[in-house]
Design a protein around this ligand. Sequence first.
Ligand code: NAD
Length: 351
Amino acid sequence: QRVGWAIVGLGHLSLEELVPGFAQCKRSRLVALVSGDRAKAQTVARQYGVSEKAIYDYKSFDQLRDNPEVQVVYIVLPNSMHAEYTVRAAQAGKHVFCEKPMANSVAECQQMIDACAKANRKLAVAYRLQYEPHHRALIEMARKKELGTLKFFGADNGQNQGDPNHWRLKKALSGGGALPDVGIYCLNAARYLSGEEPVEVQATLYSTPGDARFKEVDESVAFHLRFPSGMLASCTTSYGLHRSQRMRLMGSEAWAEMNPAFAYEGQRLMIGRKSQANPKAEDIIERRFSGGSQFAREMDHFSQCVQENLVPHTPGEEGMADMRIIDAIYRAAREGRPQKLEAAKRLDAFR
Ligand code: NAD
C-alpha cells in the first residue's frame, strides 16, 4: 500500500513538478489537495484522480486530521507559511515534508521540529539534490577520499527574478532574496560534500540601487565558509543574472565539476585527475547516472521512512542547520566582518 500524500499550495512547483512527479513514484500517491483556489484544485483533482472530498482550503486544513488516507502533508507554500502549516499538520497527526528554505528563522525551525517530535511525526526538508544520483555519487567519492583531501568548493546558483510583486521579493513572505531561495543550494552542497559544518563565514551583499525588485530583499550575495578540516567554500547567488548553476569541488588529487549542478534535471559530472600514462596531462572523465524525477525520489524516500519507521535523510535539523548559517551570512554582510559559528557535528546519515 502506497503512502498517501496531501499537497499544500498549488503554485508552480506543485503543478509543474510535484503533482506530475507522483507518476514516477513507487511508494507514494497523491490523495489530497490544499488550495485557496477551489476551481483550480478541482481541475487538478479531476486530472490526477483525487477525490473531490479530499480538497481542502487553508481554513479547513485542520480537517485533514479526519482523513486517514493522508499520511504525509507536503508544504509547498511561501517560506513564511512553512512553520505554521508544519505545526498544524503535525497537530493533525500527519508526517510533514516541507519545502526549502525550511522557514524564515532558526526559532521557527525549532518550533517545527518540536511540534513534530511532540506529535511523534516525522519531519523532512525537501533538499531534492541530496537524493539526486550525481550528487550522491560525488558525496560518496568525497567520503572515500577519491579526490584526496578537500581544499576548495566553489558554487554559483542564480537566476533572474522578474516580477517585483512576487512573494519571493517581499521580505515578510520570503525571509530574504536570492540567498535563502537559491543560494541555499550552494550552502547545502558545501555542507554535504565536506561532511562538515562551517566554523566561520564572511559575506558581501549588493542590491542595485533603484531596481524595484530589490527594495526589500537582497539581489546578490557572495559568501565564504571555512570548515574545520580547512576546506574553504566560496559561493555566489543572485536574482539579477541569467541562470548560472555550477559547482566545483577541488581536492589534493582530483577535481569534480558539475554543470548544471542545481537544476531539476540534466546534471553533468566531470572528474579530472593527473594522467597515469602522462604525468604532464590530465585525464578527464564524465560520470553519468540515469536520474528520473528528483521529486519522485525524495518523496519515495520519505514514504519509505514512514513505512519502515526510518529517520529521513534530510530531517528538520538539516533545514535548521542551513538557517543558522544563513543568519550568520546576513550578519557578516551587515557588520562587514567574519562571523564565528559554534562548532557543530554534521548529521551525516547517508541513506
Ligand atoms: P508559487 O508562487 O508558484 O506558489 C506558491 C503557492 O502558495 C501559490 O499557489 C499561492 O496561491 C499559494 N499561497 C498561499 N498563500 C499565499 C500568500 N499569502 N502569498 C502568496 N502565495 C500564497 O511558488 P513556488 O515556486 O511553487 O514555491 C513554493 C515553495 O516551494 C517555496 O518555499 C519555494 O522555496 C519552494 N520551491 C522549491 C523548489 C525546489 O527545487 N525544491 C523549487 C521551487 C520552489
